[in-house]
Design a protein around this ligand. Structure first.
Ligand code: GAL
Ligand code: MG
Length: 983
């Protein structure tokens, strides 16, 4: 037997032991008045919890994860599988155990007070000793643990506090979330003192009618409560008192013991400014506990929001309104510090989400840092608060295992006790991917009885609900359900609950195809209310390339715009030498590891736009209508201007005035004085914030709704407004095989059917098929070259595994110096669903700038293109490329009508016959497909230009539905034309 009883009991292999010596969870926030114990602690990493620490200590900063600095136990990434074979509740013998130790001197004037240690979060079992004596044990890596040290320390004298963190345990089996395995203490450690008479908990209930009820639990460290204490409240400066009726009923109730330190405060707010995610109105509440003589023994501050959540039929209502949840799944993550995230970074995350139209967060898959909920209250987010339970690899066994029953109830109840007062929390979640069993029902039972003011959800209990009513989920919350299935379910007459996908639109690599189509279906179908995109982050850990170590903390200039600085890279699964791992599946967020938004964010911003624009009527009678898509706000917080863009006439702006439109309504907006331009004209409403918002200074872009005002005539796009003609000019030069010869092109225009596989292409099986078909290595055989007048007609055959693709190009010299290229490709029937059909060519070096008329400025693809307005855009060629962590097809622009590349004396200008998918990068598809990390790419000096007659949608097949069939590239005949001017 180990001589230390905490070790001897082996609590890391006892799921029945969820804690020992730990204080009950509560919602009294002590952070502001506490003594921080963050900073340097003595540290050693033991190979197992049963080993005694030796005399040699190093140092560790808390909060922090040792995997990010201790070479012996680097980060490891697994999705579903456990990193070791032991069956629950066992853990492996090799079990890294971090021992943190330091001296703490409690201030002398804390003598006689109740002294509490709080450890913010420890992965996965925490053992606490003071001066060698056992104090307590705690599990649940994402909630704080508190221990009463009043007996263990003597104020004014140093005590040695030891925090032992065991990495692998019975609890690891229910913390099998899809993320890095790290170890350590990831949130702050602090110490605070209270009066012996103290507020043990405060529960706030603020209703829409202004009725405020505050239930307070009062305790005394000696046990029995002294006589005469009372509690008072203050709401935004208005004082209010204990509810006498509540006291009287308690007094008369024989069953209530004298000890019961429970009181109720009641007040009615005079004017209620209700809380919603759009209008996050908060009131300041102070609760004071008084001694008999009126002096204050304890206080607790809360920010209160008056709001109500309810489910009526199959609608989830906030303050009586059916709201859409435009959500994202958010882990605690930072590329340098792992699951330790600073307040400033959390705030920056939420500000970014607000600016891109998100209004909801699911705290996947565990309770977030407490500060996140304060920020969600303040900035306005609906939160699905999720308990730290995911038993993925052994889900079936654990869901019914009574040894884990306590852990399920413990994790759910402690989350609820901590977060119950946040108006932002509108739904509780029992956890993620843990099958469904009696342990869930037990946790749901506790929750529904104790805290009935919010609904509860659990994906495992109700995917599409099939009419069931007696389970642990009030919401049908499937993940990655095809939108057609959701619509069919909503129309089936079987739906009994709101349908809000807990995860959808997997953001791995270049992804999120059909997001706009999904939202069109959601907004058109009663019963569907939105969902949570998977996920916010690419969890790339910043890694030094030379020695493979995490870059650790600190230092400016480590990354910029999603790209790691030279010598560094974003590591994903396998990069730390792990043999069991799940590769780049950890890089599946809508922002890069450094929080730079990916192009999908702009798509989302437009889909979620508070203002939409539509055209009604015909010709001279056309009117423009603005729609207010918000649930609670009018448009007075927004400003707007008109922008016109003409294909060949540049763009110009005019002032706009948004009409007053109540939420959910629409109104005609004054039509701007439309100037006639040549050809196609687009009209955009550039909407910005009219005044400072907490998440956006005045003038911040909000959305860019757009309508086409004039369509182009046939051929106008290709030839331009002035027109151009064929005359007596010699045909363009080609070699004997019919390949175009031009001094500014280093590779002639040829056929391309392939793209560097995206993560969706790889995991969806398309990439393998394309390789089997030989699309990545087409071979060209010239068939015929004919010259006639100003035209060279070239026929060629491209070999694939299923037969040839016939390809014809005709090059015509135009009078104005351009070359007109007309192409046809005929794909045999077996070549259906290819990546693209189009032209690829390469230019000389030095053409480093691009201007284009088409969609932009950010990257867009056929099924992810509503967020990129049509207009005149310009950029450096290098900036077109999106540095997805695992290199893949990227940098494309949809709906391009014409563009020119320039630099030095040279220009290469291309006009297309129709709006087409175009990409200009420094990389051939094969360059991108050959490497695993962005830093391994070697840019080519010239431009690699793709003009696509058809380009496959992106879809989300890495986890979920592929793109819709309308975005696939079919076999058969493809025709496209373009002109080239190269000077
Ligand atoms: C879900 C899971 C998430 C994540 C996602 C794929 O099944 O809940 O945690 O693994 O798939 O990235
Ligand atoms: Mg999982």
């Amino acid at each position: 037997m180990h001589r230390d009883p905490l070790i001897a009991l082996r609590p890391w292999e006892a799921p029945e032991v969820t804690s020992w010596g730990r204080l009950p969870m509560n919602a009294v926030d002590r952070r502001a008045r506490a003594l921080s114990l963050d900073g340097r602690w003595r540290f050693q990493l033991l190979p197992s919890p049963e080993r005694e620490p030796g005399p040699a200590w190093s140092w560790a900063e808390l909060p922090g994860s040792w995997a990010l600095h201790a070479a012996e136990d680097p980060p490891q990434y697994t999705n579903v599988r456990m990193p070791w074979p032991e069956f629950p509740p066992d853990s492996p013998a090799a079990n890294p155990t971090g021992v943190y130790e330091r001296e703490v001197t409690v201030p002398a004037d804390w003598a006689g007070r109740r002294i509490v240690l709080q450890v913010g979060a420890a992965e996965s079992v925490l053992l606490v000793h003071v001066d060698g004596r056992p104090v307590g044990v705690s599990k649940d890596s994402h909630l704080a643990a508190e221990f009463d040290l009043s007996e263990a320390v003597r104020p004014g004298e140093p005590a040695t506090v030891r925090l032992t963190v065991v990495k692998w345990s019975d609890a690891s089996h229910i913390e099998d979330q899809d993320q890095w395995w790290l170890g350590g203490i990831t949130r702050s450690v602090l110490l605070y003192a209270t009066d012996p008479l103290y507020l043990a908990d405060v529960t706030v209930r603020a209703r829409l009618d202004g009725d405020l009820r505050v239930r307070c639990q009062v305790r005394h460290m000696a046990g029995a409560l002294p006589d005469g204490w009372y509690v008072s409240g203050e709401l935004d400066g208005d004082r209010f008192a204990q509810d006498a009726e509540f006291d009287r009923v308690n007094e008369e109730d024989e069953r209530v013991s004298d000890f019961l330190g429970e009181v109720l405060l009641r007040a009615t707010a005079r004017t209620v400014r209700t809380w919603t995610a759009e209008t996050p109105e908060l009131y300041d509440l102070t609760v004071r506990l008084h001694r008999a003589d009126g002096t204050v023994a304890d206080t607790s501050h809360h920010r209160v929001g008056f709001r109500e959540v309810e489910i009526r039929g199959r609608d989830l209502l906030v303050n009586g309104e059916r709201v859409y949840l435009r959500g994202v799944n958010r882990h605690d993550f930072h590329p340098l510090t792992g699951r330790t995230v600073s307040y400033a970074d959390m705030r920056a995350d939420l500000v970014t989400l607000k600016r891109f139209g998100f209004n909801a967060i699911r705290t996947s898959h565990y309770p977030s840092d407490p500060a996140l909920y304060d920020l969600a209250d303040e900035l306005g987010f609906y939160v699905v608060d999720e308990a730290n339970i995911e038993s993925h690899d052994h889900a079936h066994e654990i869901a019914e295992d009574p040894r884990y029953l306590g852990a399920f109830v413990d994790r759910v109840s402690r989350m609820v006790l901590r977060d119950k007062n946040h108006p932002s929390v509108i739904i509780w979640s029992l956890g993620n991917e843990s099958d469904y069993g009696a342990n869930h029902d037990a946790a749901a039972g506790w929750l529904r009885s104790h805290e009935p003011t919010r609904p509860v959800q659990y994906e495992g209990a109700a995917k599409l609900d099939w009419g069931a009513t007696d389970d642990a989920s009030d919401i049908a919350c499937p993940m990655y359900a095809p939108i057609e299935d959701c619509v069919a379910h909503a129309l089936s007459g079987e739906q009994t609950r709101p349908l809000i996908q807990c995860e959808y639109s997997h953001a791995m690599g270049n992804s999120n195809g059909t997001l706009a189509d999904m939202w069109a279906a959601i907004e058109a179908t009663p019963g569907l209310q939105g969902g949570f995109i998977w996920e916010l982050w690419d969890h790339g850990i910043l890694q030094r390339v030379n020695d493979g170590r995490p870059a650790g903390s600190g230092g400016a200039g480590l990354y910029d715009n999603g790209v790691a600085a030279p010598g560094l890279r974003w590591a994903y699964g396998g990069d730390f030498g792990e043999s069991i791992h799940d590769g780049a599946f950890i890089a599946d967020g809508v922002v890069f590891p450094d929080r730079t938004p990916k192009p999908v964010m702009y798509e989302h911003r437009e889909i979620a736009a508070p203002v939409r624009l539509s055209v009604e009527g015909e010709g001279a009678w056309r009117v423009l209508r603005v729609h207010n898509k918000q649930h609670f706000r009018d448009l007075s917080w927004l400003a707007a201007e008109w922008e016109f863009a003409a294909a060949d006439g540049g763009s110009w702006t005019l002032p706009a005035r948004l009409p007053a439109v109540p939420p959910g309504d629409s109104a005609v907006i004054d039509r701007p004085e439309v100037l006639d331009g040549a050809g196609e004209i687009w009209l955009t409403l550039n909407v910005t914030t009219a005044a400072d918002e907490p998440w956006a200074p005045r003038g911040t872009e909000v959305c860019h709704p757009q309508v086409r005002w004039y369509e182009a005539d046939a051929d106008e796009l290709l030839v331009g407004a002035e027109g151009s003609s064929v005359g007596h000019v010699p045909p363009p030069a080609t070699d004997e095989d019919g390949l175009l010869l031009h001094p500014l092109l280093t590779a002639p225009p040829t056929l391309s059917l392939w793209r560097a596989p995206t993560d969706n292409d790889v995991l969806g099986g398309m990439a393998e098929r394309w390789r089997e078909l030989g699309l990545d290595r087409l071979r060209r055989e010239p068939v015929a070259v004919e010259r006639k007048g100003s035209t060279v007609r070239v026929r060629a055959r491209w070999t694939t595994a299923v037969g040839p693709v016939e390809h014809e190009q005709s090059f015509t010299a135009l009078v104005d110096g351009r070359i007109l290229v007309e192409e046809t490709a005929v794909l045999p029937e077996e070549l259906t669903d290819v990546a693209r059909v189009g032209t690829v060519f390469e230019t000389v070096a030095g053409l480093d700038d691009i201007c284009w008329y088409g969609q932009g400025p950010w990257e867009s693809y056929p099924d992810r293109a509503v967020g990129a307005p049509v207009g005149h855009h310009s950029a450096a060629v290098d900036d077109l490329f999106t540095p997805y962590l695992r290199p893949q097809e990227s940098g494309g622009r949809h709906g391009v009508r014409h563009f020119s590349l320039s630099g030095g004396e040279h220009t290469v200008a291309v006009r297309l016959d129709e709006p087409r998918q175009v990409s200009v990068t420094r990389f051939r598809a094969e360059d991108l497909a050959a490497v695993a990390h962005h830093d391994e790419l070697v840019p080519r000096p010239g431009c690699v230009v793709h003009l696509d007659a058809a380009h496959r949608g992106l879809g989300t097949a890495s986890c979920g539905p592929d793109t819709a069939s309308s975005y696939l590239v079919p076999s058969g005949v493809h025709r496209w034309s373009w002109t080239l001017r190269a000077l």
